[in-house]
Write a protein that binds this ligand. Structure first.
Ligand SMILES: [Zn+2]
Length: 237
């Protein structure tokens, strides 16, 4: 699918909520770049600061939150994203709670996105090679459960009404990092942009040349356009 076929109005607002710094770039970086270059406004909400992404080169998890936030700011900027909110939950232990649901309901009502994006909570394994990080699955489940029915229903967390956070209707929910995409979006023009954004996550990617080789191998047939897969739910569509 070409993104022009989405028929979104100029200025469409897209909120991407995921678990860790680097998740937006790894899961859907080319799509994000395509969206911002088309004039849509994209912003992130990240539920953790990724402090457990340690390695031999970056062994101190006390230092990682600051390092990773700087990396994330630079990576997002490569994709045309300049607004990032952090929720500060412990990396690796993400679980739903009433407190977190309420914070997310408040956040989504405040941002008022047309499109909400998170990851597929059902992806346990990937391509016969990876176990999906439990935080990714948890983030997807938490965001979906926060969105519906609470964001659009005034009787959930009624105290939010006193803060002016009125019910909000999101038009579409998109799930990235899925084994069962029902939509493949052509993001070929932004494959390199995604790689450049990923390179800003220095604490996570290791050797940029090795990453480039890996991404090139994953891409497969270079004659085919690079596409990123999603599940798409169009409310009332
Ligand atoms: Zn992650």
């Amino acid at each position: 699918m070409d993104q022009k076929e989405l028929n979104w109005a100029p200025g469409t607002k897209i909120l991407v909520i995921l678990a860790h710094p680097d998740d937006p770039e790894f899961f859907m970086g080319a799509t994000i770049a395509a969206w911002t270059s088309a004039g849509f406004k994209v912003q992130y909400g990240l539920l953790t600061e990724g402090e457990r992404g340690v390695s031999a080169a970056f062994p101190d998890w006390n230092l990682l939150p600051e390092i990773r936030k700087i990396e994330q700011r630079k990576a997002a900027a490569v994709l045309g994203v300049h607004e990032i909110d952090y929720f500060g939950y412990p990396d690796g232990y993400l679980k739903g709670s009433l407190e977190l649901y309420k914070r997310l309901v408040a956040f989504i009502r405040k941002v008022q996105p047309d499109i909400l994006v998170t990851c597929d909570p059902n992806m346990l394994f990937s391509h016969g090679r990876y176990v999906n990080h439990p935080d990714h699955r948890a983030a997807g489940q938490i965001v979906v459960d926060s969105l519906f029915p609470a964001v659009g229903n005034a009787s959930f967390f009624p105290e939010l009404l006193e803060e002016g956070l009125m019910p909000w209707q999101v038009k579409e929910l998109w799930l990235c990092l899925t084994n069962e995409p029902d939509l493949l979006l052509d993001a070929d023009a932004f494959w390199k942009t995604r790689y450049q954004a990923l390179c800003e996550h220095r604490s996570q990617i290791g050797d940029p040349e090795v990453l480039l080789q890996r991404l090139t191998a994953q891409r497969g047939n270079a004659q085919e356009p690079y596409r990123e897969g999603f599940k798409r739910i169009v409310f009332g569509g």
